[in-house]
Write a protein that binds this ligand. Structure first.
Ligand SMILES: O=P(O)(O)OC[C@H]1O[C@](O)(CO)[C@@H](O)[C@H]1O
Length: 293
């Protein structure tokens, strides 16, 4: 089982408009509401692929209730831990591209964090891989991902970390099996990529892997237009499967690039188009390269 963790869950609200123009009124053409946050998207993609997964995280208030209901309706297995504060909304405005407005999320009390760690440790004991994704809500220590990484390791699970800023920097220090930042998150965290097993996503420019076994670059066969929100989460789903199955890096990267591209053509984060995935998968180019850092 792959356990995904979303400490800062979100109700993803997607507004489709003709063109986003700051300081004007927009008539929204279509509105979509859906349980989100990076780990939830990873779990949804794994579920779509028919893989065993459970989404955990911190969830509260009326927005949290909507999220729980949506996950149940979508049959995405979940075990969310309650908090008193109301879960946030993340609004994505899509026109030819995507613009994201991410609320900060609730303030989590110390005892809620303690309770989560206990539930997490019990769940991690039944997981082969744990995916730690996204931002941290207020109230959590910046080393929250380091704490969870150590608990997961103790429970015998591998760890994939996908975050940014101080949360990524502190989490990386605990030695997860793989980190998957995008290029901006890596730069923002100030990490030395030569010291870490990592896959860096570069949007339409594909992905770079730096591992003890070597370095690779993977490029998509074509650039597809659409909503890139959630593409990184689809890549994380592919990489979690690769960690679980000890897939060789070139194959893992090709899967990640194709699955990520197949998320771009769907209108909401967390969805992948399996026909696009299978079509692109055979044509992703992977080549071994000298250390790019
Ligand atoms: O935790 P954050 O880094 O704020 O990211 C959350 C957001 O990212 C997405 O997961 C897309 O990657 C959205 O579903 C949205 O909820």
């Amino acid at each position: 089982m792959i356990l995904t963790v979303t400490l800062n869950l979100a109700l993803d609200v997607t507004y489709d408009v003709a063109a986003l123009v700051p300081h004007t009124t927009h008539r929204v053409r279509a509105v979509r509401h859906r349980a989100g946050g990076k780990g939830v998207n990873v779990a949804r993609v794994l579920h779509t692929l028919g893989q065993e997964t459970v989404a955990t995280g911190l969830c509260g208030g009326p927005t949290g209730a909507l999220i729980t209901q949506e996950l149940t309706d979508s049959s995405v297995p979940h075990d969310l831990v309650p908090v008193a504060g109301d879960t946030r909304r993340v609004v994505t405005v899509t026109d030819a591209d995507a613009t994201v407005f991410a609320e900060p999320g609730p303030i989590v009390a110390p005892q809620e964090w303690e309770h989560f760690q206990d539930r997490f440790a019990a769940r991690a004991a039944r997981a082969r891989v744990v995916v730690l994704s996204g931002s941290l809500p207020r109230g959590l220590p910046s080393d929250a991902y380091a704490v969870l990484t150590r608990l997961a390791r103790r429970a015998g699970a591998k760890v994939l970390l996908d975050s940014g800023g101080p949360a990524l920097r502190a989490g990386a220090a605990a030695g997860p099996d793989l980190i998957k930042p995008n290029a901006a998150e890596l730069a923002e965290a100030g990490l030395d990529p030569r010291t870490l097993p990592l896959v860096v996503s570069r949007g339409p420019d594909g992905m770079l892997a730096g591992t003890p076994q070597g370095h690779w670059e993977a490029l998509p066969p074509e650039i597809l237009p659409g909503n890139p929100t959630g593409a990184g989460d689809a890549a994380a789903a592919a990489l979690a499967l690769a960690l679980r199955d000890d897939t060789p890096w070139p194959q893992a990267l090709a899967d990640a690039v194709a699955l990520s591209a197949s998320a771009v053509v769907t209108p909401v984060a967390g969805d992948v188009d399996l026909a696009t995935y299978h079509r692109l998968r055979e044509h992703v180019t992977v080549r071994e390269i000298p250390c790019p850092w």
